[in-house]
Design a protein around this ligand. Structure first.
Ligand SMILES: Cc1cc2nc3c(=O)[nH]c(=O)nc-3n(C[C@H](O)[C@H](O)[C@H](O)COP(=O)(O)OP(=O)(O)OC[C@H]3O[C@@H](n4cnc5c(N)ncnc54)[C@H](O)[C@@H]3O)c2cc1C
Length: 404
C-alpha cells in the first residue's frame, strides 16, 4: 500500500488549488493527487460558450500541465474511503494510505432525475450549459431560435453556481431582442425567489421586470416530453403541489445535483451526502486528519470556483497547523462570488459571505449592472483562474490588492 503525507482526492479547481498552495508553502511536503481525468475544464466559461462568447476549446487544459511540480499524479479515481484506517481504494484496485486526506471530487449531476431528459438532451431544442458536451449546442439553439417560448429551468439547491441557470436566460433574451425575434422568455425555478442573497435579488427582480422575462418560482422540473415539446413541472404551493405543463420551442435545463455516491455512501458523509466538515475550519467533524473544499464539501456556502478561492488558503493553513500538531488557525467566512451576467456587456458582480452580506472586491456599488464587471467575468477571471488560482499564486481570495 503506497503511503502519502497528504493525499488529495480530485484534481479539479479545488484539488489543484489546494495542492499548489500547500507545495508553495512547504515544498518538502510529500503530496499526491488522485484524479482520473486527462483534462480540466473551466466550467464558469461554459455559460459564455452557450452564449457564443467563448469557444469550447478555450475552457479546457490538459491536467498534466496543471499538476504542480513535485506532486505525484495518480491517474485513477477513488472507489471507497475508509477514514478509520486512513486509506482510500482506487479504480485500479490499489489502496493508498495517508496522514492527511483532502476530499475535493466535486458533485454529481442528476440528469436521470428528470424523466425523459437523458435521451432528449442535445436535440429538439433541449440544451444545457451544465455539460461540456452540450454547451455548444445551447449556442446553436439560441441562433436557430425563430420565436415562441424559450424556457430556462433551475433545480432545487444546492447546485454549483446558483446564478448560472438565469445568466443564460438573460443572454438569450438580449440576443432575441437584438435580432427582433418575438420571444416569450420564461425562467422557471425550483427556488422561492430569484436569488438567495437579498442584496442581489432586488436588482435581479428589476432586470426581470424591465426585460419582460416571466419568472415562475417553486417550479421543479420533473419530466420532458420532446415529441410534443413540453416540460412538466411540480409546482409547490405551501403544503400542496400541482402539475404544470409548459410548451417550449427552446428548453435550457439545469439538472438537480448531489454528492458523488463514493462520498455519500462513506463514513465521511453528513446527512446531506456531502463531506461533513466544520464550516469555518473545513476540517472533518469526526476525522481530524480529513479536510474538504469545493463542491463536495458540506458547508452552507454557495458552491462556486470563487468559493474555492476563499477556502484553499484556509485548508492550507489548517493542514500545516495540523502537521505541526497545532489547532486550526484559519477560518472560512463563506465567501462566494457569482458574476451575474444580465446581458451581453452587463454583469452584477455578486460577492457575499455566510451572513449573506455583500463583500465587494471593487470600490463600486456591487448591485449595479456594469460593463466593467462583464470585462472582469470575460477577461480577468479566466486569466486569474488559470494563472494565479490554480498555480497557488493567489493566496488572497480577493480580485484586487487594494481590498486586502
Ligand atoms: C455552467 C457552469 C457555470 C459556472 N459558473 C461559475 C461562475 O461564474 N463562477 C464560479 O466561481 N463558479 C462557477 N461554476 C462552478 C465551478 O465550476 C465549480 O464550483 C468548481 O469547479 C468546483 O471545483 P471542484 O474542484 O469542487 O469541482 P470540479 O472542478 O468539478 O473538480 C472535481 C474533480 O474531481 C474529479 N473526480 C470526480 N470523481 C472522482 C473520484 N471518485 N476520484 C477522484 N477524482 C474524482 C473530477 O474528475 C474533477 O476533476 C460554474 C459551473 C458550471 C457547470
Amino acid at each position: 500500500m503506497a503511503h502519502y503525507q497528504i493525499l488529495i482526492v480530485g484534481g479539479g479547481a479545488a484539488g489543484i488549488t489546494a495542492a499548489a498552495q500547500l507545495k508553495r508553502a512547504r515544498p518538502e511536503l510529500e503530496l499526491a493527487i488522485l484524479e482520473p481525468s486527462q483534462h480540466h475544464d473551466y466550467q464558469p466559461g461554459w455559460t459564455l460558450v452557450g452564449g457564443g462568447v467563448f469557444s469550447l476549446e478555450e475552457t479546457r487544459r490538459r491536467e498534466v500541465d496543471l499538476i504542480p511540480a513535485g506532486v505525484t499524479w495518480i491517474r485513477e479515481g477513488a472507489t471507497s474511503f475508509d477514514p478509520a484506517s486512513n486509506s482510500v481504494t482506487t479504480s485500479g484496485g490499489s489502496r493508498l494510505s495517508y496522514d492527511i486526506l483532502v476530499v475535493a471530487i466535486g458533485l454529481k449531476l442528476r440528469w436521470d432525475a428528470i424523466e425523459g431528459l437523458p435521451e432528449a438532451l442535445g436535440s429538439g431544442g433541449i440544451c444545457s450549459n451544465y455539460s461540456r458536451a452540450m454547451a455548444a449546442y445551447t449556442w446553436e439553439c439560441l441562433q436557430d431560435f425563430k420565436g415562441g417560448t424559450a424556457l430556462f429551468t433551475c433545480p432545487p439547491m444546492p447546485i454549483k453556481c446558483p446564478g448560472a441557470p438565469q445568466k443564460i436566460a438573460y443572454l438569450a433574451d438580449d440576443l432575441f431582442k437584438q435580432r427582433r425575434i418575438a420571444a416569450k422568455v420564461i425562467y422557471a425555478t425550483a427556488t422561492p425567489g430569484i436569488f438567495g442573497v437579498p442584496t442581489y435579488a432586488a436588482p435581479l427582480r428589476e432586470v426581470v421586470a424591465q426585460r419582460g422575462i416571466e419568472a415562475r418560482y417553486n417550479h421543479v422540473l420533473k419530466a420532458v416530453r420532446p415529441a410534443s415539446r413540453e416540460a412538466v413541472f411540480q409546482v409547490n404551493e405551501g403544503d400542496s403541489s400541482r402539475e404544470e405543463v409548459i410548451a417550449y420551442e427552446l428548453l435550457h435545463v439545469v439538472p438537480p445535483m448531489a454528492a458523488p455516491d463514493v462520498v455519500a455512501q462513506s463514513e465521511l458523509a453528513a446527512a446531506s451526502g456531502f463531506v461533513e466538515v466544520d464550516k469555518h475550519t473545513l476540517q472533518h467533524l469526526r476525522f481530524a486528519n480529513v479536510f474538504s473544499l469545493g463542491d463536495v464539501s458540506g458547508m452552507p456556502n454557495s458552491k462556486t470556483a470563487a468559493a474555492v478561492r476563499g477556502q484553499a488558503p484556509v485548508v492550507t493553513a489548517n493542514i500545516l497547523a495540523s502537521l505541526d500538531q497545532k489547532a486550526p488557525v484559519a477560518a472560512y467566512d463563506g465567501y462566494s462570488c457569482c458574476p451575474l451576467i444580465t446581458g451581453y456587456g452587463k454583469t452584477i458582480m455578486a460577492e457575499f459571505n455566510y451572513e449573506q452580506q455583500p463583500t465587494p472586491s471593487f470600490p463600486l456599488d456591487p448591485t449595479k449592472e456594469r460593463w466593467s464587471m462583464w470585462w472582469v467575468k470575460v477577461k480577468l477571471l479566466p486569466s486569474l483562474y488559470w494563472n494565479r488560482m490554480l498555480t497557488g499564486a493567489q493566496h488572497e481570495r480577493r480580485f484586487m490588492p487594494w481590498t486586502r
